[in-house]
Design a protein around this ligand. Structure first.
Ligand SMILES: [Zn+2]
Length: 517
């Protein structure tokens, strides 16, 4: 037996000597390469983090001597997913807050706060999501129990809509609120001449303005927590839609020392100061970080009627929504960015906000080729304005369609709905569409994006025949939207987004077939 092993080892060594050494080969996989022909393959070889060959299992095994063999046993392999619009750091910060959504009683709220603090031990407990209308006793809660449990740790937790807040005495003391504090733009509830702990609207800022910003340790923890969640769901690149200079520098420093591995396309929050700083510095590009875009906001959201429409809202008389950045400022930002190497990515939801941004982009970009400036969300588009997307890149979030479909028509009416969540029309105009989620506004999972893009249904199979199916994407288009087209929207299509020779070895092994029905 010993001899046999020796002989086999020798044979193995001899045969290996003619093969090229690589780190890993993946074999027996059902690979969607997402190359320009959308070819399938069986195997590929990886060396120093890059794909060095793609082919069938026999050929890859014959040519390469790997340190590791990953036998996919017939499983589906796709390129690592890219979320073209999300709030990665925001997702991480959210992990440091108590999630109180779906609580069925105030006791459950208290229990979740206790459990959270046992695990996280933060110096100031914040959270969101309680809703007394979901409880048996549909009354605003009071702070008494929180005072007993947390006499020295401030607690401030918001209602699900964000417009009411429950604070304990420690938080109230820190804010200096008393029964005599004037109630400006809202209410400070009292019972028998004492504060109940509930603050509504305006006065909430008295409490929230005293919540300390996250410490450096908490910031680092947030980034690591977000990375863990995203890696588990197959994301290998995230486009963070709006980061400060300080957070970008923290990300870079953590990536440099190997503490953060996620690849991040960091959109810089737009301001004159940031444009001056980054346009002078130029594009920042490492294997894991790409800083070459600014994120601006044109309008608000459709749900809260903050999106700007050309004609009034269908469900609010004479209401058009409002720009959150003055048009003059948006124009000046665009002019400055057009004069730099950077890309401009602007949040635009309503048809009017989209129109003014598309026109502004076109005006300032005149003659500049391959700028890839993006409209983020591109949610409600006037039929007349689709044509402007011929060279402006749409970055859309399919789960927004299936989250909003219940009430969107109330806001804009049947006619304007034809140009709403019109992903296929946008794709047909530009030739590509970058897909994302906007997490943590929506869930993180790219699989929900695929489902919303292709089936256009919620998870309860509603509506039975899909929502505005003329704007559904095919499976192939949805996969491209979260891989190669998202990479293109980041100027990274030559380094990622497909399983091809020379690209980064970012890939996902799925436990289900992508084309299963
Ligand atoms: Zn966003």
């Amino acid at each position: 037996m010993k001899n046999l092993i020796v002989v086999l080892y020798v044979l193995f060594a001899v045969s290996c000597s003619k093969k090229e050494k690589v780190d890993t080969i993946v074999i027996n996989a059902n690979i969607y390469t997402v190359n320009s022909n959308f070819d399938n393959a069986e195997a590929f070889a990886i060396k120093e983090g890059k794909i060095v060959a793609v082919g069938n299992s026999l050929e890859i095994q014959a040519r390469y001597s790997p340190t590791f063999i990953n036998d996919a046993k017939g499983k589906t392999v796709v390129p690592g997913f890219i979320d073209a619009h999300c709030h990665f750091y925001g997702l991480g910060l959210q992990q440091q807050k108590v999630d109180l959504s779906g609580t069925v009683s105030f006791d459950e709220v208290v229990q979740r706060i206790v459990d959270f603090q046992k695990e996280k031990n933060v110096s100031y407990i914040t959270g969101r999501g309680w809703d007394q209308n979901d409880w048996e006793i549909k009354k605003f809660p009071t702070k008494n129990k929180l005072d007993e449990l947390f006499p020295n740790t401030p607690v401030a937790v918001r209602r699900v809509d964000g417009h009411a807040l429950l604070a304990n005495q420690a938080a109230i003391d820190l804010a200096g609120v008393t029964v005599n504090t004037p109630e400006v733009g809202g209410f400070i509830l009292k019972e028998n001449g004492k504060l109940t702990g509930i603050l509504i609207a305006g006065p909430m800022s008295l409490i929230s303005s005293r919540i300390p910003p996250p410490s450096k340790t908490e910031q680092i923890q947030a980034l690591k927590d977000a990375e863990k969640i995203c890696f588990n769901l197959g994301l290998s690149t995230v486009d963070d839609a709006g980061l400060s200079k300080q957070t970008i520098e923290l990300i870079d420093s953590l990536q440099q020392i190997g503490e953060l591995k996620m690849r991040i396309y960091a959109m810089v929050s737009v301001s004159n100061e940031n444009i001056d700083y980054y346009s002078k510095k130029g594009i920042i590009k490492t294997d894991r970080l790409n800083v070459r875009s600014f994120k601006a906001y044109a309008d608000g959201a459709l749900g809260s009627r903050g999106a700007v429409l050309k004609m009034p809202y269908s469900d609010k008389h004479n209401h058009f929504g409002a720009l959150v950045t003055p048009l003059n400022d948006l124009r000046k930002f665009a002019e400055k960015i057009a004069a730099s190497d950077y890309q401009m990515n602007t949040h635009a939801i309503g048809d009017s906000a989209n129109y003014v941004m598309l026109k502004t982009y076109k005006d300032v970009l005149k003659g500049k080729s391959d700028s890839r400036w993006r409209i983020e969300h591109a949610q409600v588009i006037d039929q007349e304005d689709f044509k402007y997307f011929d060279n402006i890149l749409p970055s859309v979030q399919p789960t927004h369609a299936t989250s909003d479909m219940y009430w969107a028509e109330d806001r804009v009416g049947a006619e304007r709905m034809k140009g709403a969540y019109a992903f296929k029309d946008l794709l047909n105009t530009y030739g590509k569409v970058a897909l994302g989620t906007d997490f943590p506004v929506e869930k993180v999972s790219p699989f929900l994006t695929f489902y919303a893009a292709v089936a256009r249904k919620d998870l309860n199979n509603y509506p039975e025949n899909g929502f505005q199916m003329e704007n559904a994407l095919t499976r192939e288009e949805a996969l491209k939207g979260m891989t190669i087209w998202a990479a293109y929207s980041n100027f990274e299509e030559n380094e990622k987004g497909s399983i091809e020779v020379g690209k980064m070895a970012d890939f996902v092994v799925l436990d289900k077939k992508y084309y299963d029905h």
